[in-house]
Design a protein around this ligand. Structure first.
Ligand SMILES: Cc1cc2nc3c(=O)[nH]c(=O)nc-3n(C[C@H](O)[C@H](O)[C@H](O)COP(=O)(O)OP(=O)(O)OC[C@H]3O[C@@H](n4cnc5c(N)ncnc54)[C@H](O)[C@@H]3O)c2cc1C
Ligand SMILES: NC(=O)C1=CN([C@@H]2O[C@H](COP(=O)(O)OP(=O)(O)OC[C@H]3O[C@@H](n4cnc5c(N)ncnc54)[C@H](OP(=O)(O)O)[C@@H]3O)[C@@H](O)[C@H]2O)C=CC1
Length: 497
């Protein structure tokens, strides 16, 4: 259909943070170039309230917006709301439109890595639709099982009310992707208390307990009392963002506030329906109580729980499928498109950024990839610069943001800052830890190697992030300071000024 053909200099696929930031960067660097943004969703995601907290730490909000806002800002941009079905890297053309661009970026994101596909009782949470489906199912639920020990599980077990939550984690402590067992122990008491009242609804749409015995369980109950229903507005159209759950009511069908039972060091053995239960020999499938449930989950610790549905919060897989057929992309072990230090894939002129890609260059000793908003934004921004440098034949060096891993977020209502090798990733026994903890207030952990700071976990309002970031970046020998480094009576900022 010749009348639908148009030629673009750059084609960006995916209207998430990575794709949109790349468009903004490219359009401002080369305003004359025709740019197409092809995205499957009806809206695009935009970074707002961006704040550079320090050299590498950044904070921002994410909003879902109509694409017209972007087109008004950049007259060179055409947004096409359509799903890309395939990509022909050799001819630089897709099956939908004739694309004679020299550069294609894809920032398709990722999809949930579900425990099992096509089981109507197993849900994943990724986008607005899946969050709304979760909310709808939760409204009638008395018990759910959450499987997984990362970001989504941490958020859900804290936010869900009015429904019993069985949380199955395969580790000895909660939050393995972000925390060490010490930090987990600091956070656990938050599950025993009522959820704090929500702050005033946002106007903008946005989206010491004992260490358990192996395979052991813990139950935390918070009584429903003074809390009204001030749960904020219903989040129709909300984007999933750092505060995605603030716009929607996550309440089940029971009159309880929060009730979380933890099952440690176990994985899922089997998920089955009540019919399968009836037809199975008594010994093999024996639920923990006699009630009838729509679905049952058998764990490797030998326990079987009935529930209304299971949430699979078990990570993401890069969404590469539409690109692979007929092309020769090198894939990393985690399934992402490998990119070099200029964000280029193994197919010439095809770049990738955000959740879909795997950073395959030689990383700085203090950086690692995690599939997060911040990295999607940073990669999108840097990719835009690399693409512009490519067409302008300018040299470009790897951006400074890839020097040091930094992440600011919130878990269990605490501010959380992660710096560098915050969990001693890849350091082996060659590390020393300093910890300072005040129950209910703050948890500070510093990772040292050879007397130099290489990582930190800061939970609570510690105000240490900038100083620690500097200490990590300048690799100063901290041996002379010893444990004084975390002495709460010393103003560490003055110390190192
Ligand atoms: C519930 C949840 C909470 C999260 N909370 C946080 C948090 O608090 N902090 C944090 O740092 N990170 C968080 N993350 C991670 C963060 O959302 C991702 O790392 C980030 O969104 C990745 O951005 P992206 O642009 O790479 O991908 P995405 O945002 O997934 O965007 C992918 C885009 O590609 C489009 N697309 C997909 N397929 C096609 C196709 N075939 N054709 C055309 N377009 C297509 C989609 O419509 C979408 O616009 C959270 C993730 C989830 C699921
Ligand atoms: N505030 C924030 O920063 C938030 C960030 N996110 C991001 O969103 C993305 C999706 O979140 P999420 O799904 O929680 O992913 P995460 O990667 O954070 O966590 C996945 C968890 O599931 C575990 N897991 C994997 N497979 C299984 C299995 N078969 N059985 C039991 N457990 C399993 C993983 O263990 P193991 O690590 O051992 O494989 C890990 O604990 C991530 O990139 C995450 O970083 C999400 C919410 C909040």
């Amino acid at each position: 259909m010749a009348d639908q053909e148009k030629t673009f200099r750059f084609v960006i696929v995916g209207g998430g943070i990575a794709g949109v930031t790349c468009v903004e960067q490219l359009s401002s660097q080369i305003p004359s170039a025709e740019v197409a943004l092809i995205t499957a969703g009806p809206q695009i995601k935009a970074v707002t309230n961006y704040k550079q907290v320090s050299k590498t730490l950044e904070e921002f909000d994410v909003e879902e917006r109509p694409s017209s806002v972007l087109e008004e800002k950049f007259p060179n941009l055409t947004v096409i709301h359509s799903a890309v079905k395939s990509l022909h890297t050799q001819s630089h053309a897709s099956s939908l439109f004739c694309i004679l661009s020299i550069n294609i970026i894809n920032s398709f994101g990722a999809r949930p890595k579900l425990l099992t596909q096509d089981n109507p009782y197993v849900l994943g949470i990724r986008d607005t639709d899946s969050a709304q489906e979760f909310q709808k199912r939760l409204a009638n639920a008395k018990r759910i099982v959450v499987v997984g020990n990362g970001g989504i599980a941490l958020e859900l077990v804290f936010e869900v009310e009015g429904c019993e939550v069985i949380w199955a984690v395969k580790d000895k402590a909660i939050g393995n992707t972000f925390f060490d067992p010490g930090a987990a122990q600091f956070l656990i008491p938050s599950l025993e208390t009522n959820k704090p009242e929500r702050p005033a609804p946002c106007k903008r749409t946005r989206y010491t307990t004992e260490e358990p015995a192996p395979g052991g369980s813990q139950t935390f109950t918070a009584d429903r009392n003074a809390r009204g229903d001030g749960s904020g507005p219903t989040g129709v159209g909300s984007a999933l963002g750092p505060d995605w759950h603030e716009g929607i009511v996550l309440r089940g069908a029971e009159q309880v506030s929060r009730r979380v039972s933890l099952e440690y060091q176990c994985e899922v053995k089997k998920i089955f329906t009540s019919e399968e239960l009836l037809n199975s020999p008594q010994q093999t499938l024996r639920p923990e109580n006699e009630r009838s449930w729509p679905v049952y989950i058998q764990l490797t610790n030998g326990k079987t729980f009935g529930c209304d549905f299971v949430v699979s919060a078990t990570g993401v897989v890069p969404n590469t499928e539409p690109f692979l057929h007929g092309n020769k992309f090198e894939l990393a072990d985690d399934g992402g498109l490998q990119v070099d230090d200029h964000m280029m894939t193994s197919e010439p002129d095809v770049y990738a950024a955000g959740d879909v890609c795997t950073a395959s260059w030689q990383h700085s000793q203090l950086w690692q990839q995690m599939r997060l908003w911040t990295q999607a934004r940073q990669m999108g921004w840097y990719t835009g610069r690399c693409m512009a440098a490519h067409v302008l034949s300018e040299p470009i060096e790897l951006d400074f943001c890839f020097e040091l891993f930094t992440h600011i977020t919130k878990f269990f209502n605490y501010k959380v800052v992660l710096l560098g090798k915050f969990n001693g990733q890849g350091l082996g026994p060659d590390q020393e830890l300093l910890v300072r903890c005040t129950k209910g207030q703050e948890y500070v952990k510093v990772v040292l190697r050879g007397g130099r700071m290489v990582g930190a976990v800061l939970i609570g309002e510690t105000d240490l992030e900038e100083t620690f970031e500097n200490l990590i970046l300048n690799q100063m020998d901290l041996t002379p300071y010893g444990e004084e480094l975390l002495n709460p009576n010393i103003d560490i900022e003055d110390y190192f000024d």
